[in-house]
Design a protein around this ligand. Structure first.
Ligand SMILES: Nc1ncnc2c1ncn2[C@@H]1O[C@H](COP(=O)(O)OP(=O)(O)OP(=O)(O)O)[C@@H](O)[C@H]1O
Ligand SMILES: [Mg+2]
Length: 285
């Protein structure tokens, strides 16, 4: 049975999508069977995996037009703008918060880890993710208002646990896009730690312009900039320590990276990128 992690924050641009993309890659390199789910109508995760053109999406799954297994392409369930319409459609339906959980029931046995990329809001889609998950990972940008946004995300997690999913727990808080040379980032980390203690991951993801280029090229930061990728390898190590039963292969993971072995655009060590997957011509140069 898979561990399922919802990656959330209602604040935009805190690195949710990048975290899901890179953690999926890091865990696949460890040999952990990992499914990634794009639950954001922006479809950024699908783009980052180079799978934007897929026809069956999470919107079809949530609306009952397709089964989850039919929507999986290369261990990703993609999304596009149709998800915004699906969210509106679902709003008036009975059991609307349980749609994703029910749909995923048939595939959780196939995976060890499922990572869900939430949209930047705490609405119905994020609630669906929280009901389908056993852990929540909250991302915060190293900014002055980070603490407030984290408080709000924590409240929604608590609400989901109290009303719909008693198995839900917070996996951790990630300070993302941080420049620890600045007083600003150090203050954000100190205030998070003061309030949430060990819930805050030890790993802080450094800020770098290289992430934007990595997303544009649909190439994981582990390939694009292995030196920066170390942050996410360390985070994957912490995540697996916090997930009972998930295999812990951080040494194998590091050796893959630093031996220069490439896991390809999708994080698979052994197979080349599938034919239907690739960079758009404008970005591949
Ligand atoms: N560590 C980082 N340092 C600098 N830029 C980053 C970092 N991680 C992600 N980014 C960039 O910041 C932007 C937002 O990142 P991302 O899309 O992962 O955030 P998000 O929380 O998913 O955003 P949204 O709320 O819109 O879904 C992107 O351009 C991404 O490339
Ligand atoms: Mg996103």
């Amino acid at each position: 049975m898979a561990h399922t992690i919802a990656v959330l924050s209602q604040k935009g641009g805190t690195g949710k999508t990048t975290a899901v993309r890179t953690l999926a890659d890091a865990f696949r390199r460890r040999g952990v069977q990992t499914l990634a789910i794009d639950l954001d109508p922006q479809g950024n995760l699908s783009d980052y995996f180079g799978l934007a053109a897929e026809k069956v999406t999470i919107a079809d799954v949530l609306c009952g037009r397709a089964r989850a297994a039919e929507a999986i392409s290369y261990d990703l369930i993609p999304a596009n703008l149709a998800l915004a319409e699906a969210e509106l459609l679902l709003a008036g339906k009975m059991g609307r918060e349980l749609r994703l959980r029910r749909a995923l029931a048939e595939v959780t046995g196939e995976y060890e880890l499922i990572l869900i990329d939430c949209p930047p809001s705490l609405g119905l889609l994020t609630v669906n993710a929280l009901v389908a998950s056993d852990r929540a990972l909250i991302t915060a940008e190293a900014q002055y208002f980070a603490l407030r946004a984290v408080d709000q995300a924590m409240e929604v997690v608590e609400l989901a646990r109290d009303t719909l999913n008693p198995e839900l727990a917070v996996l951790g808080l990630l300070l993302n896009r941080a420049d620890m040379r600045t007083l600003h980032s150090r203050a954000a980390l100190a205030s998070l730690r003061e309030r949430y203690g060990a819930t805050v991951f030890e790993t802080v993801v450094r800020s770098s312009i290289a992430y934007a280029a990595s997303a544009q090229r649909a190439s994981s930061i582990l390939d694009h900039r292995p030196d920066l990728g170390e942050d996410y390898l360390a985070l994957a190590g912490e995540v697996s320590e916090r997930l009972p039963g998930l295999r812990n292969g951080s040494d194998a993971c590091s050796s893959l990276i630093f031996s220069g072995a490439s896991a390809g655009a999708h994080g698979y060590a052994s197979s080349p990128p599938p034919a239907s997957v690739g960079l758009s011509p404008a970005l591949s140069q």
